[in-house]
Write a protein that binds this ligand. Structure first.
Ligand code: S3P
Length: 174
């Protein structure tokens, strides 16, 4: 439970690909009757291209710029659940904005669970070189993720249970 903080007005979900950010974010927003925004979905809509195509046609640095701009636009809103891409808060300025303005929840899942959830997914550009390389990336990012807000392991939890946990932790129950 968050103490000495006023009732939060923004929840920001981060964590590696496949940890359930989007599914949980949607459900959480519905439960709180808040709005839900997903940075990847907004970027895809505004560019008219999938994240994969943006990586391929315009390059990852361009995607990162769009991602940052998108996040900067969302963070001023209230009563929102913001689902970020797994790389969004690795940008120091985005992390600082999220940390100053809202509550960050960093979702996790075991390697085995990640394998089940995403290893066959063709839509993720960073999976192109294979699941083992993705795990290397997770290891590289792990120290940064560990410093990001409240850590929640979703491996054995349903999205409903993850939401309940977040609601209690964030002091949004009642
Ligand atoms: C990325 C995660 C993806 C997407 C892009 C890059 C990352 O989002 O933003 O493929 O760098 O971790 P999800 O975490 O929602 O899959």
């Amino acid at each position: 439970m968050i103490e000495n903080k006023t009732r939060p007005k923004k929840i920001i979900l981060t964590g590696f690909m496949g940890t359930g950010k989007t599914v949980v974010g949607k459900l959480l927003a519905a439960k709180l009757r808040w709005l839900h925004f997903d940075t990847d979905a907004l970027i895809e809509n505004s560019e008219g291209l999938s994240v994969s195509d943006i990586f391929e046609k315009k390059g990852e640095p361009h995607f990162r710029k769009l991602e940052k701009r998108c996040f900067e636009g969302l963070i001023s809103l209230n009563e929102v659940v913001i689902t970020t891409g797994g790389g969004t808060l690795l940008d120091e300025e985005c992390f600082k904005m999220a940390n100053d303005e809202g509550i960050i929840l960093c979702l996790w899942a075991s390697e085995e669970e990640l394998r089940k959830r995403i290893s066959k997914d063709k839509t993720r550009p960073l999976l192109k070189s294979g699941f083992e390389d993705l795990l290397k990336l997770l290891k590289e990012r792990e120290p940064q993720y560990k410093k990001m807000g409240i850590q929640i392991d979703t491996t054995d939890l349903t999205p409903e249970q993850v939401c309940q946990k977040i609601i209690v932790i964030a002091g949004l129950n009642g």
